[in-house]
Design a protein around this ligand. Structure first.
Ligand code: ADP
Ligand code: ZN
Ligand code: ZN
Length: 813
């Protein structure tokens, strides 16, 4: 007897597999999707392992195979196990990441007759049993649903059970079908002979209807109907022209089914590899030689960190490395942050690999995702490009994984499994022998550290490619807000930023004003001297709670009332809370009455696509000033923007999170890279109360090295990652007191475990109220664990419902 260890699609399965016997005659392998009996239900499961002995005494049999083809590759089976173990997530949640979209559908039960001759046995049946058997015999198989509709639910089920028990019928199971609507596109076809059409065209031309004539001539040359999109582009006409010809009875519009193409290749022409700069050449040579080594059978693929400022030609290297991988018979996956998955990005890849690029993103319909998944598995694409979850695409022959903007925290998923796509990619590469390229202008400090100590290989592109128009990195000016108040300026805008904004708008250029709102209005700052109050025990910024009018430390729960005067400069202007984007918009309206304003924040962009609508408006120069939150910092190329103003750089700096300095540096550097992308050059003005802060200083000089040197020192001193590992445990409950009590109980339990296992390097911080203390009516308390191998430590500990565990959290707030 053979057995299978199966990951079952049930919430009670948690992190375990279950043993099932494999019935003789059933061909089962690891990675197979099967139906298994579980309690009184029939559930989906994925076989993760075949064994000779079951892990429990009593086993049931696998009920059937869902799909004969393996649904997970051997590498994906191991990856799913790793995700569940590392992130402590239910096993099936990890498996589900890799299943085809819509896989978690219901089972449809079918009934087939086993009766070979009509007379046989049928005589002893009741009238109703005979009736059902007749219904079943009329077709190969009939769904139980259909019988239920005819006979009523209970009766149909009873009779089917009786027939199955007597060996006259059998059940089989299939997945409910994915409903994929065929995609249709309008096409134009002639209603008359080509020769007649040409005559008519000549006559139309005489009357001055040149567009109609041109369209008619174009259609006369075609052997079959042409899509309206193509005709419109070729003839350069609008819908009214086609309508005119339809009304004249010369042309008809047909709706023809087309293959779904996630990318429209219209207007995309094949692009050739550029000849590389010296810096690019040397980076590319290293990657290429690793690709060759892997193709020759080396077993430990390297991870490259490609560190290069915006515009230094990183994407060109990705493209050429992918082309090399393809030449070696391999394929690639490219991850970009969701926000960077723009038509421009896709076009760059599509034009280098025509019809060989698959795009995966959340805006595709289920049908489209399903189609795309199947085609990827069939090996139709050289490159799969997508956001976070595209790392799980069933791309065969994986040879290269590229993660662009690797420092972006959108690569971390914030629901179970709380995986980080970069860490998953590195694991997957290890399992498949793929080379990894992590690219960024501002690498994550932990990534850079790995490159420093030799875990990853560092490749650097220190300069912009500077194409013919020449656009060096912009000048950055730091404005000390303390001086503004001293000079009697009480506006949000410093004198310098006001002047520069007015000047840019007057010259027909564009301005971006950035307000990093995340965390605004949560800390208290002295407007005279810039002091921000910190916890005396933890050095963490104290968070202001409106309802209690107190300051709270979100690490140790220290509390204090809000002081009336500044403890440093004795000013009474201590209770200054940052302004939101709306307030900023009002002030900008008042200060720059001539300028046309556009606001871009998450309140405005809740609707689908409105990101691109707003951006499109701004790019079309329908506005002079764009006001927005950190979203606008990412990957935009806006040639008319000559000035970027950062309204208050301290907002990000004062979050109670050890990564606040790093986030601020990244944001400011990315923003500074926005200005001056065009030939007009650019300028950046950063307003701050702490111009001497290392993160702000380094960002102003575009100096990653000096930022990193300071930051890694702090991390070492304070025992933060990469020198330790963190886990964040959050408990939520509608009752605040119970919530705190449970957090304290968990802390005692964890300390007991730690001490009884004799683990020295593990410390617990908290419990304290989470930064967002109340979310959707529930209170939240958190515990932070700092140590190493935390997944292994937590694996054996019972963690009740209501807790979420986040291993390697990207933020503590
Ligand atoms: P990054 O990905 O680092 O931001 P890109 O690859 O987008 O940089 O390059 C920036 C610009 O420079 C693009 O317009 C690109 O086409 C161009 N470019 C990149 N490499 C070269 C090269 N070797 N020769 C000429 N132009 C290049
Ligand atoms: Zn002060
Ligand atoms: Zn504290």
């Amino acid at each position: 007897m053979r057995y299978a260890e199966v990951s079952v699609n049930s919430p009670v399965a948690q992190r375990r597999t279950f043993s099932y016997a494999i019935p003789s005659g059933l061909n089962i392998s690891a990675g197979q999707a099967v139906w298994v009996p579980f309690g009184d239900k029939l559930l989906q499961g994925i076989v993760l392992e075949l064994t000779s002995y079951p892990s429990v005494e009593e086993t049931k049999e696998i009920a059937g195979v869902i799909e004969p083809r393996l649904i997970l590759s051997p590498a994906h089976v191991l990856l799913a196990r790793w995700i569940s173990e590392h992130y402590l997530s239910p096993l099936f949640n990890a498996v589900a990441l890799m299943l085809p979209p819509g896989f978690e559908r219901k089972a449809v039960t079918f009934i087939t007759s086993l009766l070979t001759s009509p007379e046989q046995d049928a005589s002893s049946l009741t009238q109703e049993q005979r009736r059902v058997l007749e219904l079943v015999q009329r077709q190969d198989k009939i769904s139980l649903k259909q019988l239920e509709r005819t006979l009523g639910k209970k009766k149909a089920q009873n009779i089917v059970s009786q027939l199955v028990a007597r060996g006259l019928a059998t059940r089989s199971y299939e997945l409910e079908r994915v409903k994929v609507k065929p995609k249709e596109m309008p096409h134009l076809a002639l209603k008359v002979e080509a020769s007649e059409a040409q005559q008519k065209a000549a006559r139309l031309r005489k009357k001055g209807a040149n567009k109609q004539a041109a369209l008619l001539d174009f259609l006369a040359e075609q052997s079959k109907p042409v899509s309206w999109a193509e005709a419109r582009q070729r003839v350069n006409c609008d819908k009214a022209v086609a309508d005119a010809l339809t009304n004249k009875g010369l042309v008809t519009i047909q709706h023809i089914e087309v293959k779904r193409e996630p990318i429209s290749y219209e207007g995309i022409t094949m692009s050739q590899p550029l000849s590389l700069t010296t810096a690019q050449k040397s980076a590319y040579a290293s990657i290429r030689s690793s690709l060759l080594q892997m193709a020759e059978g080396y077993t430990s693929p390297p991870v490259f960190l490609l560190h290069g400022v915006t515009g230094s030609g990183k994407t060109e290297i990705y493209l050429q490395a992918l082309a090399e991988a393809v030449k070696l018979g391999k394929r690639g996956i490219v991850l970009v942050p969701e926000i960077a998955l723009t038509p421009q990005t896709i076009e760059r890849f599509a034009s280098r690999f025509p019809h060989k690029v698959a795009v995966l993103h959340s805006k595709l319909s289920l049908g489209e995702q399903f189609d795309e998944w199947q085609r990827i598995r069939d090996g139709e694409f050289d490159v799969v490009i997508g956001s976070r979850s595209a790392i799980f695409a069933p791309q065969p022959d994986l040879g290269l994984i590229v993660i662009d903007e690797e420092h972006e925290w959108t690569y971390k998923q914030d629901t179970s499994p709380r995986y980080h796509a970069r860490d998953v990619a590195i694991k997957l590469a290890e399992l498949t022998g793929a080379v990894v390229i992590l690219g960024s202008a501002t690498p994550d400090v932990e990534t850079f550290y790995h490159a420093q100590v030799g875990d990853y290989r560092l490749l650097q592109l220190p300069e912009r490619v500077t194409p013919s128009d020449g656009s060096p990195l912009p000048q950055v000016e730091l404005v000390d807000l303390r001086d503004e108040l001293k000079a009697g300026n009480r506006s949000i805008f410093s004198r310098s930023l006001s002047r520069a904004t007015a000047k840019a708008v007057a010259s027909g250029e564009q301005v971006i004003l950035l307000l990093n709102r995340r965390g605004a209005a949560t800390f208290i700052q002295c407007r005279s001297c810039g002091l921000v109050l910190r916890c005396k025990r933890c050095e963490v910024v104290l968070t202001y709670h409106f309802d209690e009018d107190t300051l709270v430390c979100h690490q140790c729960n220290y509390r204090m009332p809000v002081p009336q005067i500044c403890p440093r400069c004795l000013s009474r202007r201590i209770k200054f809370l940052g302004a939101g984007t709306q307030k900023l918009e009002q002030e900008a309206n008042y200060t720059f009455p001539q300028a046309r304003l556009l606001r871009w924040d998450s309140d405005v962009t809740k609707r689908k696509h409105s990101h691109w609508e707003i951006l499109g408006k701004f790019r079309a120069h329908d506005a002079d000033i764009l006001i927005g939150t950190q979203m606008i910092a990412k990957g935009l190329d806006l040639p008319l923007v000559t000035l970027v103003g950062v309204v208050n750089a301290d907002i990000g700096l004062n979050l109670p999170d050890f990564r606040a300095g790093e986030r601020t540096f990244q944001l400011l550097t990315q923003v500074a890279g926005r200005a001056g992308r065009g030939s007009l050059g650019g300028q950046v003005i950063i307003q701050t109360y702490s111009p001497e802060h290392y993160a702000i200083q380094a960002a102003a000089k575009h100096d990653y090295a000096s930022f990193y040197a300071k930051e890694i020192d702090y991390r070492r001193q304070l025992h933060n990652p990469p020198f330790t590992q963190l886990a964040r445990l959050v408990y939520s409950h509608t009752n605040d007191v119970l919530c705190q009590r449970e957090a304290e109980r968990m802390k005692r339990l964890l300390i007991e475990e730690r001490d009884s296992r004799g683990i020295a390097d593990l410390s617990l911080i908290g419990p304290a109220p989470a930064f967002i203390h109340r979310l959707r009516g529930r209170f939240r308390w958190q515990l932070i664990l700092r140590g190493s191998e935390l997944s292994a430590f937590l694996w054996q500990i019972p963690i009740p419902q209501g807790w979420t565990v986040d291993i390697d959290p990207v933020g503590l707030v």
